[in-house]
Design a protein around this ligand. Structure first.
Ligand code: SAH
Ligand code: SF4
Ligand code: F3S
Length: 469
């Protein structure tokens, strides 16, 4: 094992390799699964990187894995239940193979009541560690193997993940975290409580990661943060988000740059102008609006009005050729009335997003909103939700129909799961299913596709080879 572990504290122990061989044998496999957002996915890649460094093979099969790592999410109760369900289903495996080590990381285990519940009701879980503690995996594993009992670490210490190199099984597509935490405290949201305060990574470190990805053949980099638009706050080099984008955009090659998530209150004109003048930034903006009612937005503590939001959309459309938008929308915030909900429908129709991620409000302990009166029934909220889903489906389908007959550049993601052929995405984040004449593996390459059909979730067509890429 190399010095990379010194940074995470395991370097002081000489016997980790011996412990691992003693427990798992020479051949050991790990299975890593992530729930929740892309930030969690990026963290899971770091956990996988540490597994590889510790001599584990990464396997697609949970049943035969010696080490199982679940990186959990707590944003809605459903996410929490899904993770708890997975953990529950591992009981049998642990009984059959008592040497299996089960580790639960991430936002859900960061919640002290859940950590306690895991410890008391799921005693076969070996390691319980909070969000941002990925770098501690070797140390926690070592402790567990030495002491033979459950190890819990949910302290909110600063994340020291800089020294950990991720393992990415699709290296053509990289997640690049530029900050951690969130300071916004939207009244419904648990993230600031589990991920801590916002802090930005130094610009040089971000640029170095991007250069490393691109020299390894990466074709798409997505910058990650809960509110990327406030990048730079507190940094000594005085950098900000448009400045960072400008420097990244100067990097040569045929590649796409994306970022998420943007917060409308911090999305300024300079950022729009930076996108408009860029070579690599995709002409697609994910801009969560949450609600179309100003009264609800205020109660959510979002910090903008629908008028400001729509003005921003208009400005972006006037400056960026062919720009498209996607959004997050929540239904059934405490106190939301039918009238408020209708304003959301109206806003969604007015903007014409190409995709909307829709959620029914889920009360989260600790947040301000969970103390508010919530008179609307679950059934009613579900009916509103279905109404919104069907509105957005028809909007997506209409937008997709407008692509029929066009030739679009697509980054190929691999074989289609739904039909014969391949699947990829456009810079506007539209899923494209297509057939190619040969069996050549085009994964991770750009190609052109002539669009022939449109549905509400994807479009499909036929590959046309690109002249030079
Ligand atoms: N930082 C990002 C995303 C945060 S979580 C942002 O500000 O947009 C992703 C989405 O989950 C949010 O946009 C919101 O729509 C939804 N969400 C967050 N908390 C929720 C809750 N308590 N109930 C339902 N949906 C929630
Ligand atoms: Fe949650 Fe709001 Fe922060 Fe997004 S900006 S993570 S919704 S508190
Ligand atoms: Fe979930 Fe944590 Fe992301 S709560 S949405 S995994 S920041």
């Amino acid at each position: 094992l190399d010095n990379g572990f010194d940074a995470c504290g395991a370097g002081q122990y000489q016997d980790i390799e011996e412990l691992l061989v003693g427990h798992f044998g020479l051949r050991r496999t790990a299975y890593v699964h992530s729930f929740g957002c892309q930030q969690n996915e990026a963290d899971a890649q770091k956990l996988a990187g540490l597994c590889v460094k510790m001599g584990f093979e990464l396997g697609p099969e949970i049943d035969s894995a010696n080490l199982i790592i679940l990186n959990t999410c707590a944003v809605r109760e459903s996410a929490q239940n899904r993770a708890l369900g997975w953990i529950g289903s591992l009981k049998g495996q642990k009984q059959r193979n008592p040497n299996t080590i089960i580790a639960v990381f991430g936002c859900m285990s960061q919640l002290s009541d859940i950590a306690e519940r895991l410890r008391s009701s799921y005693p076969y879980v070996d390691i319980i560690a909070g969000a941002g503690l990925m770098h501690l995996l070797p140390v926690l594993l070592q402790k567990r193997l030495r002491e033979g009992k459950t190890v819990v670490d949910v302290t909110k210490q600063a994340s020291i993940t800089e020294s950990v190199i991720e393992h990415n099984k699709n290296p053509y597509k990289a997640w690049l975290p530029i900050m951690k935490g969130c300071d916004n405290f939207c009244s419904y949201c648990i993230v600031p409580y589990v991920r801590g305060r916002e802090s930005s990574r130094e610009k040089q470190l971000v640029l170095k990661d991007a250069a490393r990805y691109l020299s390894g053949g990466c074709k798409e980099i997505t910058l990650l943060g809960q509110n990327v638009n406030s990048y730079g706050k507190g940094l000594k080099d005085g950098g900000d988000f448009p400045g960072l984008l400008g420097e990244l955009d100067a990097m040569d090659g045929d590649w796409w740059l994306r970022f998420m998530t943007s917060h409308p209150k911090d999305f300024g004109k300079r950022l729009v102008d930076t996108i408009a003048g860029s070579r690599h930034i995709c002409r697609h903006i994910h801009l969560p609006v949450q609600s179309g009612s100003d009264r609800v937005l205020k109660a959510m503590n979002r910090g903008y009005t629908t008028r400001e939001y729509l003005k921003l959309i208009d400005y972006a459309r006037s400056r960026i050729d062919g720009v498209s938008f996607s959004s997050d929308v929540m239904v059934g915030f405490p106190g939301e009335s039918r009238k408020d909900f209708e304003k959301t429908l109206a806003l969604v129709s007015k903007v014409g997003f190409n995709a909307v991620y829709m959620f029914i409000y889920s009360p989260r302990a600790k947040t301000a909103a969970c103390k508010l009166d919530d008179p609307v029934t679950k059934q009613e909220k579900s009916a509103w939700f279905r109404e919104l889903v069907s509105l957005q489906q028809s909007i997506s389908e209409e937008q997709n129909r407008a692509l029929v007959g066009r030739r679009l550049k697509v980054l190929v993601e691999g074989k289609s799961k739904k039909r014969e052929g391949l699947v990829g995405r456009t810079q506007g984040d539209i899923i494209v299913e297509f057939c190619a004449e040969s069996d050549e593996d085009l994964t991770g390459q750009f190609t052109d596709v002539q669009i022939e059909h449109a549905g509400n979730a994807s479009v499909s067509g036929r590959r046309i080879a690109r002249a030079n890429t």
